[in-house]
Ligand binder design. Structure first.
Ligand SMILES: C[S@@+](CC[C@H](N)C(=O)[O-])C[C@H]1O[C@@H](n2cnc3c(N)ncnc32)[C@H](O)[C@@H]1O
Length: 237
């Protein structure tokens, strides 16, 4: 599929489920998604040098990761789906984040920021949706200053046979049905397991990150491998 068409499909899909996105996220994951975002904040914070880092949240959607990171420093949230951002803005205005959160409309594959602008670049459940994940990682590296910290969170498939087969049943058979029922959008929640199954494995992602100019790449399998967290540092100081 041409990359423009892929992006248009992804944007439209998130636009149609935006209103139900937060509820379904927490409901379908049994609220574990909150713990995964906290793990991302924790592991990234451990690697940040200096106070009040400038943080970019790529594919911020409805702003949950931006809100978590706003405890650490000022955040810019960027996403190309207007309805997701609208809900995020409402949510942010109802909370009192410790540092500012600015929301920007933009494409992860052509970020509207100058080189080296941020100390931290994070992204949750986005990379798998990009037509070219490698280009997405290069863009993250471009907007990070040398020594800046990268945090990527996404779904993965558990490896343990017992958890794996139970989870596969839930993920492939149950989740798409409940998702369709609650969101009222048929394809969106069968796209999720499809995109996870065809997504690069942790080792491939690590290689991609190293080739894109990062050092010290580490990965953490969360909740038995249902989610994957990758953390790295932009090369150079
Ligand atoms: C699964 S949601 C994740 C939202 C949020 N990060 C979270 O943790 O809940 C994926 C988000 O990535 C955005 N996205 C996908 N492809 C994008 C792209 N090329 N540029 C910008 N945003 C993109 C979608 O619009 C959507 O809001």
């Amino acid at each position: 599929m041409p990359s423009d068409e892929h992006a248009a499909n992804v944007r439209q899909m998130f636009g149609t489920i935006a209103r139900r996105y937060d509820f379904l996220n927490h409901f379908l994951s049994g609220n574990i998604d909150r713990r995964w975002r906290s793990a991302c904040v924790r592991e990234v914070s451990r690697r940040v040098t200096g106070t009040r880092p400038e943080i970019l949240d790529i594919g911020c959607g409805t702003g949950d990761l931006s809100l978590e990171f706003s405890a650490l420093g000022p955040v810019v949230g960027c996403d190309f789906c207007h309805p997701m951002l609208r809900i995020g803005l409402d949510k942010i205005s109802r909370r009192r984040p410790k540092h500012s959160i600015v929301i920007t409309e933009g494409d992860a594959l052509a970020l509207p920021f100058v080189d080296g602008r941020f100390d931290v670049a994070v992204s949750a459940f986005v990379l798998r949706n990009l037509s070219d994940p490698g280009k997405g990682i290069l863009e993250m590296g471009r907007v990070l200053r040398p020594g800046g910290v990268l945090g990527i969170l996404d779904f993965s498939m558990p490896r343990a046979p017992m958890i794996g087969s139970l989870y596969r049943f839930y993920f492939l058979k149950v989740l798409p049905r409940i998702g369709a029922l609650i969101s009222g959008v048929k394809g969106a929640y069968s796209y999720l397991p499809r995109s996870v199954q065809t997504f690069a494995r942790p080792e491939e992602l690590k290689t991609l990150i190293v080739r894109s100019g990062f050092d010290g790449v580490e990965h953490y399998r969360l909740s038995g491998g249902i989610a994957l967290l990758l953390v790295a540092r932009r090369r150079g100081q």
